[in-house]
Design a protein around this ligand. Sequence first.
Ligand code: ARG
Length: 461
Amino acid sequence: MNKLWGGRFETPPHALMEALGASVGFDARLAPWDIRASIAHARMLGDCGVISAAESGDIIGGLEAILREVDAGNAAWSPALEDVHGNIEAMLVARVGDTGKKLHTARSRNDQIATDMRLWTRDQVDALGELLEGLQTAIVDFAEAHESAALPGYTHLQPAQPVLLAHHLLAYFEMFKRDRERFAELRKRVNVMPLGSAALAGTPHPINRDQVARELGFEALSANSMDAVSDRDYLIEFCAACAMVMMHLSRWSEELILWNSPAFGFIEIGDAFSTGSSIMPQKKNPDAAELTRGKAGRVFADLAALLSLMKGLPLTYNRDLQEDKEPVFHASDTTQLCLAVFAEMLPGIRVNAARMEEALSQGFMAATDLADYLAAKGMAFREAHHIVGEIVRHCIARRTTLENLSIDTLKKFCADIDEDVFDALATATILSRRNQPGGTAPESVRQALLAARDMLRAKRP
Ligand code: ARG
């Protein structure tokens, strides 16, 4: 007789089968959610008369004791019992005797694991929402603390036009706002209860699914038992949302790494989030950003793993589905860790506004505004663009900048240029003229910061 699978089996599983099949090494972390769901199930079984009130009470008492043991870190997990469900059931029977064996009435591990994972994912979605909000707050704090700093904005990693540092940072605020929206949106599809689907076809027992859903905070019941036990769309969506967050953090990492390098020198990342070199004593490396950039790739792989896992599966439950857990756990843990790291790292970043200003004086970042200046005087923009290109070429040959040319030199390129050009080319003018909503003018950025604060106060993405 096989202890786990009962009468049908004559011999125990091969050690290799146990090694292949045991998931408790990674799914034991689901225990608190598994037990909560079992308590709701047991209560409902008692209320519906499927088991007696006394049996229901014994089972709930046993499960509560097991939960305390799990919380205290005292639970002993056995791979021979396969997964978190097998282990907890065995713990229950050890505590309350044969009554414990009634818990699995009207339930299968198929709807059980689907329920556990949805409960777990719902909590991670909420945790990620909070972490994203925390990072957004850190961004707004940082942007406000450096509200007047300006630096080159880049396209193609070539200096393009001056922008406010706050404006640049608020670009990330927007990305994380969309991420929060994504999690809030997908939460609705996570929060659907599969329990009651049993193995695949539903159960003949007179259960009350609504009662269990209410106790567990589910907003809806799954509408099709076959879909319910085999659907993992919500995990794919969840991983996709994590991958998007990681992509955003990775882009930001790339910029922080560049800005922190001596070649840019725009910022200095604090010691607490940097590391040294074992050979080069002068080095202080931006490892937190580099690791985040590196981990992003692994989270993308988690998403790819889930999609590949699902693509060939016929209805309904297949054991392949056990393989969904490690990628999902990894994606969630990594994303949460990296978000926490960024929120902590940000306030410790020192801004070198002087270096940013120095960079603004190189790279002809006023060129567009000089062309706009000529266009405003009536010249066709395409022609103005051409003339300014010639002026830039002249400056490069003489190793000088637009601002340093004399009015006489400028007039040689175009007689329309007057003394007021120098004001038009000043960084402050260039910035303040971009004062449409969404632009980098100080007044527009102030509005954006106020809107960001409002959004954070309202506690919604
Ligand atoms: N550990 C399993 C999983 O994660 C639980 C469901 C097992 N169901 C089954 N029919 N073997 O998928």
